[in-house]
Design a protein around this ligand. Structure first.
Ligand code: FAD
Length: 398
């Protein structure tokens, strides 16, 4: 058992350790802080103490024994109104690869109401087992009841890896679950694999404003939790003949204990679904203003595509944030991405460079976007885009 000791002789009762404790495990009522059983022996208080009054003796053997009791890869399957979100199948596809590398089973966690079909689909997409929490209180996503089910399941069954999609709900839920379980969470990963020597999950994501890719490990806590953005991984083929086990589990909170109520869902007017678009015509600062998007919209309409944007254009207020592609916008992977007047900053590339075909239109032949482009057109977008629209319309008979 690890042990935290506070020296009464050295402690000045300054409270630095209380402020530094991420788990609220220290309280200062007398001369020396009291340590509650909320303490995870993370060591934050040791580093924070200016008087070096706190010592931590870690019981490495106990920690390792505890960690080795965790087994299996889990994926949270997100659904909205009974329909699974495609990001969940992407996560299951990657989860399957990780589980196979580790030689462990893959489990899907399906929460909702009347969602047995989603659990069945999860088996088709690669899960060996699906936990199904089907209850009226879980019909619409709410943090508390969803997190309570997952936390209870994790405590009971101890998975070593737990993956969630980095959607709005997934990000919210992952943070709540990781906090309750006091484990690490790497958000917005762009790559996941297993270190063959240590069996640790290697979680790769952009860091320092996208200038480096950091690979993060979580050696001391379980489960190793990560969220991954939409369209980073491929959706695996579904095999409806696949057999798996569906395990019904109860909700973990009664309605009376849940602090929030869903009154209504209001869909945002003019909502864009960039993540699922097969063709995206995207405009950056080079479009010159909000009116500069009109020729791009005409090209997108001719091709049946969606309109994207760089952050520079969004920050300038020319187009809403929902259109932003990149590190702090959407990650997209269309069949065709046409970048117009976009220089190709690393943060923009982070959101679109895995597109199948990239066409870049830029009047600067040295623009970095040409380094990732399949086809580059050097010139003024206000001449090239209308010419492309006219030609596509002619060829498509529009
Ligand atoms: C933490 C962080 C997160 C970020 N997240 C994102 C993000 O999610 N998405 C994102 O896009 N950026 C993001 N950025 C900003 C990013 O660094 C760039 O500033 C931004 O992508 C630049 O946008 P741009 O290419 O439209 O503008 P610029 O870099 O100014 O490029 C405009 C381009 O248009 C060309 N051009 C001008 N006029 C014409 C014309 N008539 N015809 C053809 N070409 C023309 C120019 O030659 C130039 O190459 C982020 C930055 C940080 C620090």
């Amino acid at each position: 058992m690890s042990k935290l000791t506070i020296s009464a002789d050295l402690c000045s009762a300054c409270g630095s350790c209380v402020d530094a404790c991420p788990f609220g495990a220290l309280t200062l009522e007398g001369d020396v802080p009291e340590v509650s059983d909320q303490c995870t022996f993370c060591g934050a208080c040791v580093d924070a103490c200016p008087a070096e009054a706190i010592t931590l003796e870690r019981d490495q053997a106990a920690d390792v024994a505890d960690i080795t009791s965790y087994h299996g890869v889990w994926v949270w399957v997100e659904q909205f109104r009974g329909q699974a979100c495609s990001i969940s199948w992407e996560m299951l596809g990657q989860g399957r690869k990780l589980a196979d590398q580790l030689g462990v089973p893959l489990t899907a966690c399906v929460l909702g109401h009347n969602v047995r079909g989603v659990a069945q689909e999860a088996i088709a997409y690669g899960a060996d087992r699906a936990f199904l929490a089907d209850d009226a209180s879980l019909a619409a996503y709410r943090t508390d009841p969803y997190a309570a089910v997952l936390v209870r399941l994790v405590r009971e069954h101890r998975p070593e890896v737990f993956l969630l999609g980095a959607s709005a709900r997934g990000r919210d839920l992952a943070g709540a679950v990781a906090t309750d379980l006091r484990t690490g969470l790497t958000a917005d990963c762009t790559g996941l694999d297993i270190d063959p020597e240590t069996r640790l999950l290697r979680q790769t994501r952009p860091a320092f404003g996208g200038n480096i890719m950091a690979t993060i490990i979580c050696p001391n806590y379980r489960p190793q939790m990560a969220t991954v953005r939409h369209r980073v991984f491929e959706v695996p083929p579904a095999d409806t003949a696949r057999q798996g086990q569906i395990v019904q589990v109860p909700a973990a909170m009664g309605e009376a204990a849940i602090a929030s109520q869903v009154v209504d869902f209001v869909m945002e007017a003019g909502q864009v679904n960039l993540a699922d678009a097969h063709i995206i015509v995207s405009g950056g600062r080079g479009v010159g203003g909000p009116e500069g998007y009109a020729p791009l919209q005409a090209l997108a309409d001719a091709l049946g595509g969606a309109l994207g944007a760089s952050r520079a254009a969004v920050d300038a207020g020319w187009i809403p944030y929902a259109h932003q592609v990149g590190q702090t916008g959407r990650t997209v992977k269309p069949d065709l991405y046409i970048a117009c007047g976009i220089s190709g900053a690393i943060q923009h590339l982070a959101g679109m460079q895995t597109s199948k075909v990239i066409v870049a239109i830029n009047k600067d032949p040295e623009a970095p976007i040409f380094n990732v482009a399949t086809y580059g057109i050097v010139g003024d977008l206000f001449e090239i885009v209308p010419a492309l629209t006219a030609e596509f319309k002619k060829r498509l008979g529009k």
